[in-house]
Design a binder for this molecule. Sequence first.
Ligand SMILES: NC(=O)c1ccc[n+]([C@@H]2O[C@H](COP(=O)([O-])OP(=O)(O)OC[C@H]3O[C@@H](n4cnc5c(N)ncnc54)[C@H](OP(=O)(O)O)[C@@H]3O)[C@@H](O)[C@H]2O)c1
Length: 338
Amino acid sequence: MEFPVLHRTLGTTGPQVSALGLGCMGMSALYGDTDRAESIATVHAALDAGVTLLDTGDFYAMGHNEMLIGEALRSAPAKAREQALTSVKFGALRGPDGAWLGYDGRPAAVKSFAAYSLQRLGTDHIDVYRIARVDPDVPIEETVGAIAELVEAGYVRHIGLSEAGADTIRRAASVAPIADLQIEYSLISRGIEDRILPVCRELGIGVTAYGVLSRGLISGHFARDRKLAANDFRGMSPRFQGENLQRNLDLVEALRKVAEERGVSVAQAAIAWVLSRGEDIVPLVGARTRERLTEALGALDVTLSEADLAAIEAAVPADAAAGDRYPAEQMAHLDSEH
Ligand SMILES: NC(=O)c1ccc[n+]([C@@H]2O[C@H](COP(=O)([O-])OP(=O)(O)OC[C@H]3O[C@@H](n4cnc5c(N)ncnc54)[C@H](OP(=O)(O)O)[C@@H]3O)[C@@H](O)[C@H]2O)c1
């Protein structure tokens, strides 16, 4: 693949990374069937194209995703392996049946999670380490303080946050430098714009945006009659249900018209829009196949004019999405929504 993968820096203290990161979650969990060989080929193709940021979580299929990344890194050319940066989330507690049992941000747990992640990844350090959801029972200062000790000891390079709200971000940043906040941000999930993004900018914290395609909903490839596996997150997501799904797919058709006029795909328009929101924002794309990756990387070649941006935002107005971005019990875990 030949794409000029541009670079951006995660906040004022974080590493330089490719302007698009690869989110690896769907290669192990939450979006139905997975294909190990194609997943590894996709990671290799991303590294080959100059993507340096690989995002995972230790709880994505209970370690499966980290072991997959470990295998992909081991079998990648040495230069690509050296340039790759791992962004790892921890803290979610899972049962043997896959149940979600809560979050644990206690300092001893943080260090234990890290020890297991290093083994599974087969690396001697994690580049950016973050708790997936703020643990309501543990002050964020303690969780971040424990990661800071891991930084001091050389096991972690940078500290990140995930789905944290403005006040929590300030408290975390008072303990140690924070490289980035990972949070959902897309044409149909713009909640960070009012308070969270301004605080990140004030404190020099970058944003790694996930769900830029709203989990495939605004990719242009999601069909209304698509059958979802029983364990597919989208089967429970309010935005993918009945009337909401139809309304959201109507927005996609409006976006498709704008994209087609500009000779780009729907997914490329959606990713390019997030890229246009600031040099401090790095979209993580959840490509699981080389074909989808190629399409996503094509967004780096798309320059949107003011008129293009206005047309995209007219097609998908800021508050137009039907349905919350998570089911109610998961919304309750989002510090960013409180
Ligand atoms: N911090 C957090 O709380 C949090 C939460 C969720 C995710 N994340 C991270 O963010 C990453 C990205 O999130 P996501 O996977 O939900 O985001 P996404 O990129 O919005 O959605 C990925 C889905 O979009 C579909 N898609 C269609 N065209 C695509 C294209 N050209 N490129 C990529 N995907 C395309 C894929 O479906 P098909 O494969 O079926 O085509 C894929 O399942 C995750 O992998 C994970 O690392 C973080």
